[in-house]
Design a protein around this ligand. Structure first.
Ligand SMILES: [Fe+2]
Length: 187
């Protein structure tokens, strides 16, 4: 197993491992057992494994919340069908994010654990809320995205503390950029 010092010093090794990891994720490379072993040797800690599972719950809860909003807007008494379609699309997006983290967990050799709902007040309030118009729904969507963003930053920080460069790269390139765009969109 590579030591942390070796990982930090040996940039070309890190780049090559990140490339191999993405190649194996996409199913384009020769993903044999030797490759899997070297990927899993790169410091996948319990802290990061737990936060990936937490992120799966957060993404699934966000998906559920967007579905609640979409259902509300598509009620005949409200009739905001365009908005309903948008939030349904958002719900599917969040579910895709959860699938990506499930796939990532499995690729790193962690164990996927899926909670019913994430234990976060903002997220849970949205799940059980009765809405009062589009502005109300948009406000909750923004607050929810801020919670998701904070969770991603926290995951990235813990990965950094654990010298898990593959997780940092995966979270930043696949989620954080898009997350910041979403916050800007709602604001
Ligand atoms: Fe997401």
């Amino acid at each position: 197993m590579l030591s942390r010092l070796q990982l930090i010093k040996n940039n070309s090794q890190i780049k090559s491992n990140i490339l191999r990891f993405y190649t194996s994720l996409n199913g384009n490379g020769n993903d044999n057992n030797n490759n899997n072993n070297s990927i899993n040797d790169i410091l996948y800690t319990k802290d990061v494994e737990e936060l990936i599972n937490k992120q799966i719950s957060i993404e699934l809860t966000a998906s559920h919340n967007y579905l609640v909003i979409s259902s509300y807007l598509s009620n005949v008494k409200i009739g905001l069908y365009g908005g309903a379609g948008f939030f349904l699309h958002m719900s599917n997006d969040e579910r895709d994010h959860a699938f990506k983290f499930i796939n990532y967990q499995n690729r790193r050799g962690g164990t996927v654990f899926i909670n019913n709902f994430c234990d976060n007040n903002v997220l849970l309030n949205t799940v059980y809320k009765k809405y009062n118009g589009l502005i109300d729904a948009l406000t909750d969507a923004l607050n929810m995205e801020k919670v998701v963003e904070q969770a991603l930053y926290n995951l990235n920080k813990i990965a950094e503390n654990n010298c898990d460069i593959i997780t940092m790269d995966y979270v930043t390139s696949n989620f954080l950029h898009e997350q910041v765009k979403m916050i800007i969109f709602y604001v």
